[in-house]
Design a protein around this ligand. Structure first.
Ligand code: ADP
Ligand code: ADP
Length: 223
């Protein structure tokens, strides 16, 4: 079966006269190893869909199956542990903790999960090496360029070895050259790990490098 199946998904915000229907019946299958660009106009519902696929947000109705299991049947706590084990996130703004080093930021999800620093430091160093930041492990976010900060965020997203990596405009805040480098990094990580990748992007170059493009317009998939 598919890694992820989205079935007849609806999402609205607000009540009665103030109700806004953002997703209007989304169906989508994501196979293991897929690389998908979610594109479409601003306000179409792409981020909302990505957040629901990542279980950060619950739908109003419809289902999301992960390995055939309906994830929203889980209560908040087990849903959070499922999410922590299975899904990595990269956002437009990196949300790194400014008072911690690159290495500590990458280790943070594991440290919060109760792992010992001595046990996880090796893996975090390896990931920083993989994203091209072996020479920046003790730098803090403020001492890194925008592209380097986003590389740290990517390493952090991968530290728990998720099956699915979700990214929301990961290069929306970077200049063209740096965006291109971050795209190449994401493709290269995908090739070497086979991770399933879903990216919301306005960047046509990034979308062109993915194996599927899904266009969302006004809360529906149009192609
Ligand atoms: P996109 O990512 O395609 O730009 P979004 O999913 O961010 O679209 O937003 C789709 C619509 O949902 C927008 O009209 C936005 O204002 C609305 N929306 C998103 N989140 C909320 C929220 N928490 N409360 C109310 N409306 C929201
Ligand atoms: P925002 O969402 O407001 O743009 P960010 O998510 O980029 O903020 O940053 C969150 C925190 O990380 C901020 O408190 C900021 O101090 C810190 N930070 C982010 N980027 C830098 C940077 N280049 N130099 C120093 N601190 C930074």
């Amino acid at each position: 079966s598919s890694l992820l199946e989205v079935k007849n998904l609806y999402k609205s915000y607000g009540e009665a006269a103030a109700k806004v229907e953002v997703l209007k019946g989304i169906d989508l299958c994501v196979e293991s190893g897929d690389t998908i660009a979610l594109v479409g106009p601003s306000g179409a519902g792409k981020s909302t869909l990505l957040h629901i696929m990542g279980t950060i947000d619950r739908p109003t109705s419809g289902e999301v199956l992960f390995d055939g299991e309906p994830v929203f049947a889980l209560a908040d706590q087990p849903l959070a542990s499922f999410r922590n084990r299975s899904i990595g996130f990269v956002f437009q703004f990196h949300h790194l903790l400014p008072e911690f080093t690159a290495l500590e930021n990458v280790m943070m999800p594991l440290l919060i999960g109760g792992e010992k620093r001595s046990k996880v430091e090796g893996r975090a160093r390896e990931l920083l090496h993989d994203v091209g930041l072996a020479h920046r492990v003790t730098h803090r976010p403020g001492e890194l360029s925008g592209g380097e900060q986003q590389r740290v965020a990517i390493a952090r997203a991968l530290v728990r070895q998720p099956r699915l990596l979700l990214a929301d405009e990961p290069t929306g805040n970077l200049d063209m050259k740096t965006s291109h480098e971050v795209h190449e990094l994401l493709y290269s990580i995908q090739r070497s790990t086979g991770i399933t990748l879903v990216i919301v992007t306005h960047n046509e170059q990034l979308a062109a490098g993915m194996n599927r493009t899904i266009r969302v317009v006004d809360g529906r998939i149009v192609e």
